[in-house]
Design a protein around this ligand. Structure first.
Ligand code: FMN
Length: 188
């Protein structure tokens, strides 16, 4: 997706890397996603980044509607993500606001974009994190799988890129404000 016209050039490599990460498997495809839980404690888990709209600065991932992360982000939409490219020696930290997409056509479109193996992951009748006694229940009803599926969008409003391959190390922080993105170099 095209970056926003007013995007500072220092953000272009991040936009390109997020575009690549969501179209093929790259080091940035798997992210650590942090949410705030009900008691204020941070929670973090891995998620696969599946879409990036560079014009809007919006990331998308698929998850289970019944999961703790969905409860958490519905109660407090603030999220943070961390990505690490070991080969490039680049860390990207993102912060923003997450929401479960409600639009039925968009939900359907995103569901249809998932591979069959990923869709099968929603066959579990027992909610994620629930106690299991014996085998985890599964069903074969794709309509039920779809009902358990949530597509979450994160409107990114902060980017922190740390380049450890640079000598000396280089760090840039960018924030989205009313006038668009503003970036500044900071000490690593
Ligand atoms: C490699 C890997 C990829 C994963 N991708 C996703 C994902 O895209 N979406 C998701 O909901 N959970 C994914 N998970 C599972 C989560 O890390 C987590 O265990 C699960 O979603 C429950 O999290 P929660 O209880 O905090 O909601 C992945 C786990 C691993 C190890």
């Amino acid at each position: 997706m095209d970056p926003a016209a007013d995007l500072p050039p220092v953000l272009h490599p991040v936009w390109d890397a997020l575009g690549a990460a969501t179209t093929r498997r790259t080091a940035f495809t798997l992210a650590g996603l942090a949410t705030v839980s009900g008691d204020g404690a941070p929670q973090v888990r891995s998620v696969i980044l599946r879409s990036w709209d560079g014009a809007r600065g919006v990331l998308g991932f698929a998850t289970d509607e019944r999961s703790a992360k969905v409860r958490e982000l519905r109660a407090d939409p603030r999220v943070a993500l961390v990505l690490w490219d070991d080969e490039a020696q680049v860390q990207v930290r993102l912060a923003g606001r997450a929401a479960v997409v409600a639009d039925p056509a968009e939900r359907r479109r995103r569901w249809e974009g998932l591979g069959p193996g990923t869709r099968r992951g929603y066959a579990t009748t027992t909610a994620p994190g629930s106690a299991v006694d014996g085998r985890v229940g599964q069903d074969d009803d794709e309509a039920a799988w779809f009902a358990r599926f949530a597509w979450v969008e994160v409107v990114v409003d902060r980017v922190d890129r740390l380049d450890l391959a640079a000598d000396p190390h280089d760090r840039m922080v960018a924030d989205r404000g009313a006038g668009g993105w503003r970036a500044r170099r900071v000490a690593p």
